[in-house]
Design a protein around this ligand. Structure first.
Ligand code: ZN
Length: 352
């Protein structure tokens, strides 16, 4: 059958390590909506936090929630008044749904929307259900057509790439800059690729896990250093008050940030992309070197940029997709995605 059906299977988290394939209702697309047969879904760090711990920080699952926000698929049906999309179109889905009317949306800071409904997020209650499901009905503006040449798995990388394109824009111009990336998971790897595309002269990437460093080394855009095996690996960059103009901190680990401060030159920009618990920072160093610590959170217009850059393969994400498992092996996929010695980006394949 090609049209939407009344129910679809979805990957629902009920409690830590209680991930189930449940039936969820699927309505026909209303005016301005499309029904998308989801084909690929990438497992993100936040999905893993829900899977292992039931949430992160103060965000906790309080009701069953469909996981997933890195998704792509094929249009199955379109509602009334939808232009430019038709059944059969291959699309990347933007999981971000800012309200469009609050003060932050009006000023162009949609990531800070006061009424954000981001897929697969327990930040608000009722939770916003996610995209790991056979069929999804969304607003037509969330579905962006992708290039014929790329796979739907590549298209599902648009969301994490958009996060990293936003981080790169938070850093300011990178042309000719020396860049440090700490943390070589999918976000660190995509930050390295995005910094390279933005004209960085030199990129050094660090991690404490050898396998992820090998994966980033194979991308060919960064020199990699194992700061776990060699805690002094950044020492050569500390001369003359430091070498790096920009740092992307993608590990969420305080030691990655504090351990790199001496390698940052005065006035360097630190873009904190990874998130975690509380950090303790030597403020005297930030003050004396006039370091600029900037957070980076989600994205808005960068999603369409990611669709273009992946579509043209100006950023080739294929080497980062390390495994694809069918949805009925989702628990295995989540466990694999949690194993940094084996996995970069793990994706779930939904039945056609
Ligand atoms: Zn808003």
């Amino acid at each position: 059958m090609t049209g939407p059906k009344a129910s679809a299977r979805a990957l629902v988290i009920h409690a830590p390590r209680d991930l189930r394939l449940d039936a969820v209702a699927v309505a026909a697309p209303g005016p301005g909506e499309v029904a998308v047969r989801i084909a690929a879904g990438g497992i993100c760090g936040s999905d893993l936090h829900y899977y292992h711990h039931g949430g992160f920080g103060t965000v906790r699952i309080r009701e069953p929630m469909v996981l997933g926000h890195e998704i792509a698929g094929v249009i199955a049906a379109v509602g009334a008044g939808v232009d430019g999309l038709q059944p059969g179109d291959r699309v990347a889905i933007n999981p971000s749904r800012p309200c469009g009317t609050c003060r932050y949306c009006r000023e162009g800071s949609q990531a800070h929307c006061l009424d954000m409904r981001f897929y697969g997020s327990a930040m608000r209650f009722p939770h916003v259900q996610g995209g790991f499901r056979e069929m999804l009905v969304c607003e037509s503006g969330q579905a962006l057509k992708i290039a014929d040449a790329i796979s739907l798995g590549e298209a599902a990388m648009c969301e994490p790439l958009a996060v990293c394109l936003h981080a790169v824009r938070r850093a300011g111009p990178l042309i000719g800059k020396r860049v440090l990336v700490t943390g070589c998971g999918p976000i660190g790897a995509l930050c390295a690729l995005a910094a390279h595309a933005a004209g960085a002269a030199e990129i050094v990437a660090t991690d404490i896990a050898g396998a992820t460093l090998d994966a980033v080394a194979r991308l060919g855009v960064a020199t990699t250093l194992n700061t776990g095996a060699d805690p002094d690996a950044l020492k050569p960059f500390e001369a003359d008050k430091g070498a790096f103009d920009v740092m992307f901190e993608a590990s969420g680990n305080m030691k990655a940030l504090t351990g790199a401060l001496a390698a940052l030159r005065p006035k360097a920009v630190i873009v904190q992309v990874g998130t975690g618990g509380d950090f303790t920072l030597p403020i005297s160093v930030l003050v004396a070197k006039e370091l600029q610590l900037r957070g980076s959170f989600r994205f808005h217009e960068e999603f369409a940029m990611a669709v273009d850059m992946i579509g043209s393969r100006r950023i080739d994400v294929r080497p980062l997709i390390s495994a694809t498992l069918p949805m009925d092996r989702a628990a295995e996929a989540f466990d694999l995605a949690s194993d940094r010695s084996k996995a970069m980006k793990v994706q779930i394949a939904f039945p056609a």
